[in-house]
Design a protein around this ligand. Structure first.
Ligand code: DAH
Length: 353
């Protein structure tokens, strides 16, 4: 009897092998009719268990059961496989039109930046970039910030835990708070004339609200050469403003003004305002009823900054400016919450494609 069980096992295994991994329904049914039904091979052998001597019964019965379980579980597994395949076959409709590929439109922040870069490119400014993880030297010291300047305060600056290669701790590593350190890196790495714009992401330890984020973008500019004058600063920035903001004024002439201001890295320093392009200067909620919008900070590069960059201030002079990208992007798009620019909601992107 044990012999016969072994023979049947060989047959069943061969049949299973013939069925393969994805048998047809008919072949699987043939397998069932041959082995698993009441008149099938397994039932037949089970019937003959009666004639086996009592003392052999447990061993023979066990052997037969093992074979039965194998045949049944394999049958079940293959049946399930077939039904999954059938289900997916019925949902595959080859006549359906293909899905349209969605191509991502440019993010509004990049749209703003690209337009600005194009304008300055045409004026001969090259694009330069620097690291977002900076040190105190480039972010503050070389830019003529005094050691006790409030901007170095933990409240404003994200300082980072950092170690030197030898394991000693550093306390001067930070996320850059503005793009101005790229100016220093440029001056240290190339000789005048330098004429570059520096777009990038900056970080400040600020509470997140509809109006401010802890990370945002700036565009920095630097021009260093012999005899660079304040008049050139003015000419360059007015020309930029006319090209960039002019189209938003609906044909009206752009009005601007330079207000004296203070930055440690420029002397003299100024801020540039233009007529509010939303109310045309009459005063509205956006310009806080002033009629003016501040668009950038600028000035003549401080001699100490030139020196820190390895440039002789007796021989060279320069001007620089920096402006935020988010606020003008909000004004252009009409979005009223800065966080919308960072939510990664494709519906926002699609609106401004
Ligand atoms: N770094 C300044 C800021 O983050 C912006 C700025 C002002 C940059 C004047 C300049 C500049 O290069 O000359 O607010």
């Amino acid at each position: 009897m044990l012999n016969e069980i072994t023979q049947l096992r060989t047959i069943i295994e061969q049949d299973l092998q013939a069925l393969g991994v994805a048998p047809s329904k008919d072949h699987l049914e043939q397998f069932r009719l041959k082995h698993l039904v009441r008149k099938g091979t397994l039932a037949e052998l089970t019937e003959r268990l009666r004639d086996v001597p009592k003392e052999d019964k447990p061993a023979v019965g066990k052997e037969l059961n093992v074979l039965k379980t194998l045949a049944e579980s394999e049958f079940k597994r293959l049946s399930e496989e077939i039904s999954v395949e059938a289900a997916s076959a019925s949902t595959l409709d080859l006549t359906l039109p293909g899905r349209r590929l969605r191509h991502a439109p440019k993010h509004p922040i990049n749209q703003t930046l690209d337009e600005m870069l194009a304008i300055f490119n045409r004026m001969g400014f090259a694009i330069a970039e620097g690291p977002e993880i900076e040190d105190d030297l480039h972010n503050f010291e070389a830019l003529n910030f005094p050691p006790d300047h409030p901007a170095r305060d933990m409240q404003d600056t994200f300082f980072m835990e950092a170690t030197n290669r030898d394991g000693s701790k550093r306390d001067d590593v930070l996320l850059r708070t503005h793009t101005s350190p790229v100016q220093v890196r440029l001056m240290q790495s190339q000789k005048p004339p330098i004429r570059a714009i520096m777009p990038g992401r900056v970080y400040r330890n600020e509470a997140i609200s509809a109006r401010s984020l802890a990370e945002f973008h700036q565009l920095e500019g630097l021009y260093v050469d012999k005899n660079v004058s304040l008049a050139e600063l003015k000419g360059t920035l007015v020309s930029f403003a006319q090209q960039f903001y002019g189209p938003m004024l609906g044909g009206k002439e752009l009005k601007y003004r330079f207000r004296p201001s203070f930055f440690p890295f420029t002397e003299p320093s100024a801020e540039m305002d233009i007529t509010c392009f939303l109310c045309g200067g009459k005063g509205c909620r956006i310009c806080k009823y002033a009629g003016w919008l501040e668009i950038l900070g600028c000035g003549m590069v401080h001699p100490n900054v030139l020196k820190a960059g390895g440039i002789d201030p007796e021989e060279y002079s320069g001007f620089a400016w920096g402006m935020g990208i988010e606020r003008v992007t909000l004004l252009r798009t009409g979005l009223d919450d800065i966080r919308l620019l960072y939510d990664n909601d494709v519906r926002i992107l699609e609106q401004f494609a």
